[in-house]
Design a protein around this ligand. Structure first.
Ligand code: ADP
Ligand code: MG
Length: 256
C-alpha cells in the first residue's frame, strides 16, 4: 500500500499556545480516517498544515509530505507545493463554493486548478468537460440542480457539490474540515455516506475532522483522536474505547 500522507513530529505554537505537540500521522492510499477531538484539540490546525495553509514551528523537526512530495519542513513551505495541492480536494464547514455561480460552474472550477483566470476560463469549457461535471454531480445525487445557483441550495447540498468538485479535480486526497458540523442529522448522514461512497468506489483517501464520536464510529474504519494537540488514540474504530472517552466527548459535543 502506498503512503499518501506522512506527518512527522508536527509541532505548532500560536504565540505561547502550543496547538500541536510533535504529532505523527501516516495515512495509506484508500483509507477514510476520522480526525476526532473536542473543540480546540488541534484538528483544523493539523489539516491546515497538510494543505500548507499554515507553517509549522521553525525550530521543530516537523515534516509534512503528501503523495510523496514535501509540503513543508521545519517552518518552510516547499517550493513545489502546487503539485500536492492540485491533487487535494478541500471541503470546509462553511461551504466554500462561489455563491453567484451555478452548481455546474462550481464543479467545473475543479478542472481549472489554481488559475487566477477561472472566471474567463469557465466560458471556454468543452462539452466533454461539462459532461464530466454532470457525471460528477450525478455521483453525489445533485445532477438535477446543475443549473441552479449555489446560493439557493441547503448546506448539505452544497457539501455534495463540493465533493463533486473534488471528483472533477481528480483529487487523490480529500481533506474535509467539519463538513457536517453545520448540518441537520439527515443531511449529515447523506454527506458522510457520499464521502464513504467515493472513498470506496474511487479509492480517494479521505481525512475528515469530526467532533461527534458517533459519526466517526459509523463511517470511518480508522480514528485518530486528538486531545490538546496530542494524538491519544490511533487505530481501528472498533477498538476505540468509547466508554473511556465518553465523558470527554459527550459532555462537550453531544450528537442530537
Ligand atoms: P479544533 O479544530 O480541534 O477545534 P484548532 O486547530 O482550531 O482546534 O485549534 C487548536 C488550538 O490552536 C486552539 O487552542 C486554538 O485557539 C489555537 N489556534 C488555532 N488557530 C489559531 C490562530 N490562527 N491563531 C491563534 N491561535 C490559534
Ligand atoms: Mg476546527
Amino acid at each position: 500500500m502506498q503512503t499518501v500522507i506522512r506527518v512527522e513530529k508536527l509541532s505548532k505554537t500560536f504565540h505561547h499556545n502550543k496547538a500541536l505537540h510533535a504529532v505523527d500521522l501516516t495515512v495509506q492510499q484508500g483509507e477514510m480516517v476520522a480526525l476526532l477531538g473536542p473543540s480546540g484539540s488541534g484538528k483544523s490546525t493539523l489539516l491546515r498544515h497538510l494543505s500548507g495553509l499554515i507553517t509549522c514551528d521553525k525550530t521543530s523537526e516537523s515534516h509534512v509530505e503528501l503523495l510523496g512530495n514535501t509540503v513543508q519542513r521545519a517552518g518552510r513551505l516547499a517550493s513545489d507545493i502546487r503539485k500536492s495541492r492540485a491533487q487535494t480536494g478541500y471541503i470546509f464547514q462553511q461551504f466554500n463554493l462561489v455563491n453567484r455561480l451555478t452548481v455546474l460552474e462550481n464543479v467545473l472550477i475543479g478542472a481549472l486548478g489554481s488559475t487566477p483566470f477561472w472566471r474567463t476560463c469557465l466560458r471556454w469549457f468543452a462539452p466533454k468537460q461539462k459532461q464530466e461535471a454532470l457525471q460528477a454531480l450525478t455521483r453525489v445525487g445533485m445532477a438535477h440542480f446543475a443549473h441552479q445557483r449555489v446560493s439557493t441550495l441547503s448546506g448539505g447540498q452544497q457539501q455534495r457539490v463540493a465533493i463533486a468538485r473534488a471528483l472533477m479535480q481528480k483529487a487523490k486526497i480529500i481533506l474535509a474540515d467539519e463538513p457536517i458540523a453545520s448540518l441537520d442529522p439527515e443531511s449529515a448522514r447523506i454527506v458522510m455516506e457520499t464521502l464513504r461512497d467515493i472513498n470506496q468506489k474511487d479509492g480517494i483517501t479521505i481525512v475528515v475532522t469530526l467532533h461527534q464520536v458517533d459519526y466517526a464510529l459509523r463511517y470511518c474504519e480508522r480514528i485518530v483522536a486528538l486531545r490538546q494537540g496530542h494524538v491519544f488514540f490511533d487505530g481501528a474504530s472498533h477498538q476505540f474505547d468509547n466508554d473511556r472517552f465518553d465523558h470527554l466527548y459527550r459532555s462537550i459535543n453531544r450528537v442530537e
